[in-house]
Design a protein around this ligand. Sequence first.
Ligand code: F6P
Length: 324
Amino acid sequence: LKRIGVLTSGGDSPGMNACIRAVVKAGIGKGIQVFGIEDGYKGMIEDRIRELTYTDVNNIIHLGGTILGTARSEEFKLKEWREKAVANLRKLQIEALILIGGDGTFAGGMTLTNEFDIPIIGIPGTIDNDIHGTEFTIGYDTCLNTVVEAVDKIRDTASSHHRVFFIEVMGRASGYIALNTAIASGAESVLIPETVTDIPLLADQIRNQNKGIRSSIIIVAEGDEEGGAKEIMKKVKPYLETYDLKCSILGHIQRGGSPSAFDRILATRMGVKAVELLFEGKKSMMIGQIGRDLVFHNILEGTTDHVSKDDSGIGLLKLLLTKG
Ligand code: F6P
């Protein structure tokens, strides 16, 4: 193995830079050249590929976003464009790839292995934490901290004004961000796609939680079946005419910022391990972390439909809420 490529693709997440840094340092340490592909598969098609040196990855471990840029490429779904992308890799004699991203990124990588026999190693990088085969994805922990900090601030004003706030968080079809930020911020209710949302019951809960205080925090996952925070607020309003309801959509603030120590360590361990796996001749693998251990699976696992990895959070939350 002499030359490998690394890219970030899909939605960015804090810690991606720490991961790129680890891949480059581990690669150079093993005597190979590492090429950075800009803007994911889009840059692969457009031949925007450059060698990364130690200097390129100095002083980036603490930066959010990704120095390589990222994109969601529609073109890459077509074989003719994939052929063009692979021709660009071959021109530079890039033999294998490390892909940092979510399930869409992994699915794209699998086509490269299946059609062109290019070894790939997938590293889970997304704030959503919605990838099978790992308990943690890079960026999720930082995102949780960002959301909790924001909710704490909203709680200050919510309680002063005796208001009920519906706070919408990201996560696509997954409720991990909502569930765990609800626990960490002491939210009074949480709505997630994995459970049924009952509007009259939610209204009852808000009334009972309030007990004269009339201030609650409701975390709403953007993928909830009844809609986002705005829609939920509208649906609850007829049941809570006399309450002062507000909604706040946290948005892309959740994807930015300096990665937490947890995410930096996770990203660094996974980046180094990805290089080692390529040296061991592995292909079509994804790396995960279960407990404190790094694990490896066929990358297919990471692209299977999302179901909750465990429901301990839901159980804990139910307990907290029923105790008022
Ligand atoms: O997958 C990460 C994520 O932030 C989701 O939580 C969210 O639904 C989506 O990306 C937003 O994508 P975009 O930045 O393209 O609007």
